[in-house]
Design a binder for this molecule. Sequence first.
Ligand code: PEP
Length: 251
Amino acid sequence: MRKSLIVGNWKMNKTIQEALKAVKALKNEIADVTDIEILICPSFTSLYIINNEIKNSNINLGAQNIFWETKGSFTGEVSPIMIKNVGCSYVLIGHSERRQYFYETNKTANKKIKAALLAGLIPIVCVGETLREKKENMTFKIIKKQIKQNLVGLAIGDASSVVIAYEPIWAIGTGKTPTSNQIEEIHFFIRKIYDEMYKNVAEKVRIIYGGSINSDNISEFMKKSNIDGGLVGSASLETKVFSRIIKYSRF
Ligand code: PEP
């Protein structure tokens, strides 16, 4: 049985004070949630203080990025060990904004995934097609390539702990989403690729959806058997909205 995972990706938003205020409020709102694993990914500067705030709560902590080396002369980078040390259990890898603005590739994502796993972090690996690729009916081909290249060289045990986030790029921050049936079809396809790559792992892997999730559409998505949760961007910035998403089954 896969436990659903709902992730708030705060991106480059919220100062330390704003992040602390938001997490305090979130903690109260979702204190009684036990059926969903809750994860927030604030910016690096807020990780330490938020980790102190969420101790003994049902909120987990994740980073939005890491570098693949453990230490050394890499000005401006943060290592997987540092992220683990500050209290994170998860890290986002290969988000489309990293690929678009910081030239990350499947190859660099693969290095980061391996480094994250080595440090004891669970990578949430983001894949998804652009609008052009969708229009040219390349979605399945692109997803297959991304999954294969991102996971290349991963041992079976590691591959089963990775979370895959299917995030069609055209759906991120646009208010547009695929239908729940379309997402389900792609998640099923990702599970099939996993099955080709690893024995008896596909059913264990959590595959979450991201792209313009809100408190109105989440329950439709979560009805599908292959949608194991959501990666939420802008709607996670408002505590009331984000907690409504987390508690979708009660509305
Ligand atoms: C994201 O950036 O991962 C995301 C899903 O953003 P939004 O929810 O704003 O579309």
